[in-house]
Design a protein around this ligand. Sequence first.
Ligand code: CTP
Ligand code: K
Ligand code: MG
Length: 181
Amino acid sequence: MDIVGVVVTAVWAMLPAYVPNNAAVLAGGGKPIDGGRTMGGRRILGDGKTWRGTVVGTAAGLALAVGLSALAPAVSDLVGVGLPEFPVVAGLGLAFGAMLGDIAASFLKRRTGRERGAAFPGLDQLDFVVGALACVWVLAPEWTAATFTTPVLLAVLVLTPLLHVVTNVVAYLLGLKDEPW
Ligand code: CTP
Ligand code: K
Ligand code: MG
């Protein structure tokens, strides 16, 4: 596979993991997952991690995976790259894993004294990637090994932080997000 194929495959395979956090921003509000509970004087997760955001985010990523699967043959022909379809467990792993990674990052942020919305450079850009890859690897190991070859995995790790920065700045400029990270 050439470099264009690697990049297109990396973005395609990660789309169900990119969408959940953005859907959660739009759907957020309601009951926080930690129910307001604290640990060591600080919130366990904080008001930025809600049940509604997590459920809607996961559902949005899964729905996208189903839609992309239907489009995979046509888009593969169009771009001349063999793009993977997403078995339901793979879509679920990517979407829910992205949300879990983001939740785990909030847990770490609260433990290190960062208030809700505080930036944690590096973690903010990679939490959902690590969560998505770990979760999809557990739920769909064969699909994950076949899809995320070494070059595709490298492309994901390089491109995701860049895409994340751009989408969050756009969401901030549109007034959808309180901070540009
Ligand atoms: N959101 C949500 N549930 C999630 C993730 C996000 O409801 N599981 C919503 C919340 O409204 C949140 C917004 O999306 O405020 C932005 O997400 P994020 O930047 O991850 O949260 P922060 O508010 O910045 O909180 P934290 O410091 O814990 O990341
Ligand atoms: K976050
Ligand atoms: Mg934030």
